[in-house]
Design a protein around this ligand. Structure first.
Ligand code: SME
Length: 174
């Protein structure tokens, strides 16, 4: 395939959003790999990763990345309404997932103590920490406008998405 052909192929392929979640997330990880593997620019790759996720997932209102900078989570590439920029570790869903270094699935954000409301439409949320060889790089955050949007299949699928993403991004360069 000529240079760029793989990327064009991904851009032209629509992930079937109606398929069962395990198959959807398998397609998503494969598209991510194909889209990012040929590019070395960290910011471009992270931006495309977020855009791919927004294209693949239905019933969400925000998805994107917070990056660990100077000990805080700072807003990175995202899709959705403008959002809060800096989050202290241990605060909100993002800061708690980052501090605990574990995925948080929050079925009702209003019931989560200290939830940071960026988009008032958000009702449920999932946050996956990004750990490269044990080093915290940031988090992936996805919000939905309906309660309990995310289940164990989303957790497994988004953790797989992040595992695929980690070696494809030069985190030091961000
Ligand atoms: N709700 C998040 C803040 C980020 S926004 O949802 C984009 C939280 O509580 O950490």
């Amino acid at each position: 395939m000529r240079p760029g052909g793989r990327i064009r192929a991904v851009l032209e392929t629509q992930i079937d959003r109606s398929q069962a979640k395990p198959a959807l997330y398998r397609d998503l990880a494969a598209s991510l790999e194909a889209l990012l593997a040929a590019e070395t620019d960290a910011l471009a790759n992270l931006a495309n990763a977020g855009a791919l996720l927004a294209q693949a997932l239905d019933r969400i209102n925000w998805c994107g990345f917070y990056l660990l900078r100077g000990g805080k989570l700072v807003l990175g590439p995202f899709q959705g309404k403008a959002a809060c920029v800096r989050i202290t570790l241990g605060r909100g869903v993002c800061g708690t997932a980052a501090a605990r270094r574990e995925t948080l699935v929050v079925p009702d954000v209003h019931a989560f103590p200290g939830h940071i409301a960026c988009d008032a439409a958000s009702r449920s949320e999932i946050v996956v920490p990004i750990l490269e060889d044990g080093r915290l790089r940031g988090v992936l955050d996805v919000d939905a406008p309906e309660a309990a949007r995310f289940d164990e299949e989303d957790r497994a699928g988004l953790e797989e998405f992040v595992r695929t993403l980690i070696p494809l991004v030069a985190w030091e360069a961000l």
